[in-house]
Design a protein around this ligand. Structure first.
Ligand code: NAD
Length: 370
């Protein structure tokens, strides 16, 4: 793999490799773009088959974070890290402490968080060595579990979709299919039932289905039949790539709006949804509540502020629907445009000369010494 060419393709700023053979650490940090602020994104741990696979993943994911933060209106850049290793057997306290020390060398240009393969314990070990980590426990002054905010954001996003399709907010009387009732889907189902929706759930984990059925008044369908259920809203909250050649034509809904990441297998599937008259809430816009929640750790965390910020997802989506109408493009393409427009505007604004700019102050200080 030609690394610099790969970085050039989507304009990544920096790629950093960390290794420590005594603790078995092999990590790559990708900083895609820091125009809006420090690059923030989780550390994923996975037994990648090759370094190339790990590199491709970290480059793709870090770029995704730039778009997610920009579309959410946050002053954050995009970054991501991967640790090559098996989370089931290669984890240790020392591995994450050493990793935390390495993160210090980046001086805050990259801030990490939990991702698949890492959990709150690993975050705590990193936190013993570095301040450049978010998503820490509430008992340590952090923001804690992000999933309630992700679910709240998806709920707000569903309201925006309803306003767009039915002319008014509110899910009362609407049928919503929730695919996957884990951390996000389970909490979303509760919010929907509370707001008067008829909720149909589906999960490959029978225990989870039973638990939700005990707690809430919902129906359940087998996992392989979920796409064909007649409903108003289909909410994917399980896996990526669920909108694909096999599923888009089966959908019997007016809206697709859920918390899962990377829902579209390919960009064409957004166009196919549009042609079928189905409104798609771009995944990285509707599921940004968790990111908003951890972001507030950098500014001094407040749960109330996190809730208020998460409610903004409603307006972010409305803006995207408007742009997609104006430009006659898919909502997915409109979300990318919105993010790119914000990056452009801020780049231009920061190019304006400001007399208090740090480099100028530094130069003046140097001049005084001569
Ligand atoms: P989770 O592991 O708690 O829940 C996922 C659920 O989906 C599980 O119950 C699992 O059994 C179920 N599932 C797996 N395959 C399925 C299938 N084929 N059909 C039906 N159900 C299936 O994960 P989570 O934290 O709730 O995250 C769900 C999705 O949302 C993921 O794509 C994640 O990347 C995304 N997301 C989560 C957050 C967050 O705050 N947790 C934030 C942003 C995005």
């Amino acid at each position: 793999m030609n690394i610099l060419a790969a970085m050039e393709e989507f304009d990544h700023e920096e790629l950093i490799f960390f290794q420590d053979k005594d603790v078995g650490l092999k990590a790559i940090v990708a900083i895609h773009n820091t125009v809006l602020g420090p690059a923030l994104g989780g550390t994923r741990m996975r037994p990648y088959a090759s370094e190339e696979e790990a590199l491709k993943d970290v480059l793709r994911l870090s770029r995704g974070m730039t778009y997610k933060a920009a579309a959410a209106g946050l002053n954050l850049g995009g970054g991501k890290a991967v640790i090559i290793g098996d989370p089931k057997k290669d984890k240790s306290q020392t591995l994450f402490s050493v990793y935390g020390k390495f993160l210090n060398t980046l001086g805050g240009r990259y801030i990490t968080a939990e991702d698949s393969g890492t959990d709150v314990n690993d975050i705590e070990y990193m936190f013993t060595e570095t301040d450049y980590v978010v998503g820490i426990e509430t008992s340590h002054g952090g923001s804690g579990d992000p999933s309630p905010f992700t679910a709240l954001g998806v709920f707000q996003g569903i309201q925006a979709c309803c306003s767009r399709v039915y002319g008014k907010d509110g899910v009362r009387g609407k049928t919503v299919v929730v695919q996957g009732v884990g951390n996000v889907g389970g909490k979303l189902a509760r919010l929907l039932v509370g707001a008067g929706a008829k909720v149909v759930i589906s999960d490959v984990d029978a225990g989870r289905v039973e638990q939700v059925k005990r707690d809430l008044s919902v129906e359940a369908v087998p996992a392989d039949q979920v796409f064909g259920v007649a409903c108003d809203i289909f909410a994917p909250c399980a896996l990526g790539s669920v909108l694909n050649d096999a599923t888009v034509n089966q959908l019997q809904c007016k809206i697709v709006a859920g918390g899962a990441n990377n829902q579209l297998e390919r960009p064409e599937h957004a166009e196919q949804l549009r042609q079928r008259g189905i409104i798609y809430a771009p995944d990285y816009v509707i599921n940004a509540g968790g990111l908003m929640n951890v972001y507030l750790e950098l500014e001094g965390y407040s749960r109330e502020r996190a809730e208020r910020m998460t409610r903004g997802i409603y307006y972010n989506l409305m803006q995207i629907f408007q742009l997609s109408d104006q430009m006659k493009i898919t909502t997915a393409a409109a979300a990318d445009r919105l993010a790119e427009q914000r990056l452009e505007k801020i780049s231009r604004a920061s190019a304006i000369f400001m007399p208090h700019k740090k480099d100028i102050v530094e130069k003046m200080r140097l001049r005084r010494r001569h």
